[in-house]
Design a protein around this ligand. Sequence first.
Ligand code: F0G
Length: 460
Amino acid sequence: MSHRSWAEPWKIKVVEPIRMTSREERIAAIEEAGYNSFLLKSDDVYIDLLTDSGTSAMSDFQWAGMMIGDEAYAGSKSFYNLVNAVHDVYGYEELVPTHQGRGAEHILSQILIKDGDYVPGNMYFTTTRFHQEHAGGKFVDVIIDEAHDTASLHPFKGNIDLDKLQSLIDEVGAEKIPYISVETNVNMAGGQPLSMANLKATYELCHQHGILVMLDATRAVENAWFIKQREAGYEDKSIAAIMREICSYSDGATVSSKKDNLVNIGGFLALRDPELAKQARALLVAFEGLHTYGGMSGRDMEALARGIREMVGTDDHVRARVGQVEYLGDKLIKGGVPIIRPVGGHGVFLDAKAIMPHLPHDQFPAQALTAAIYVESGVRGMERGIVSAGRNKATGDHNYPKLELVRLTVPRRVYTQAHMDVTAESVIDVVENAEAVGGLRFTYEPESLRFFQARFEPVS
Ligand code: F0G
């Protein structure tokens, strides 16, 4: 058979114009934004690769659902549609809806973590770790070493290192570890999956010790795709079947529905244990909303229920989603840009340390490179390095992460291949002249989650 390319399993019905800007306009905009891409106005952005969070294009079927969302304060029909969708696709019985992922993380952390507890996880995520620490816990990274090595081609860089986990159990005792937080397609590692075999082994080890396994299933569909591509025995299974198996090795999950689930807002905590769910709902009504809406409107829940079924409805959806990210990654690799490999599921991660060896780590190479790319072409990325890692609470010094990255995150069903071409060409131009990019220093540093609102100026 002759070679056939894949193409997106959808066509475009509505378009949103975007504005091109001049270099002068962009220089003024980035200065006004304090060299922080989070503080740019989206009207000044040409191709917006800040995040894949809440930026998906919904389908016509989801939009139709918005019209018939049930806005009843209690017992909304749309809530029960959501309960059924989560049950059918993820397999969890108990659903606690929240306004977005961090709402679920807050509630989970509050019901399970006691002061002085330890919460292992496969690399940190910013809001997840914040809520664990806020509840009195200490996050311990138990991801395999390959995850921190940008050159490693390990197919499952998101795997848990079971020896690290066992050492933690030996050291602090299982009673001090309420749960392990297992992230699917690890965001901060570059969108890297964990294998089914590793997840199963983690589940077995934890259950021998009475430790719960809580997934961050925010990007589980993308993880399922990589399992299908890379793990023996899964090549002929559907994404829907792989998803259910992933969740079968867990006691619950937090999900930011703004990613895999193809909606612009929403999230949930799902659990198996009805007792735990009761405790979660008690907090939910204080912090999020009644237990049948949790901060979402009825129409949000209706679109979400439909998005959850759509993301696994055909394997073609995730093939096209990850395929577009790989397309961008391959172009950058061919252009000589050092990126995290294998290419991840939700974005391409530029290795700012390798691109800008002339800058010391505390002059924020990835922050500076993000700003330079914006000035070059209006493409907006995000720093995922020392600024995101924040400060060590005890010493007050920066956390110095091994990975110093610029993330170019691809929204789902939003941009075309031509947008990816323009992105790759402009990034290659900046990287070829990277020695011209100078360092930055803080002019304003927020105390927590500083990357969102920090401001900077050029060092010289
Ligand atoms: N977990 C993961 C793995 C995430 O990537 C995010 C959000 C959250 C939890 C929190 O969910 O935003 O709905 O409260 N990630 C976004 C990003 C912000 O751009 O990576 P949320």
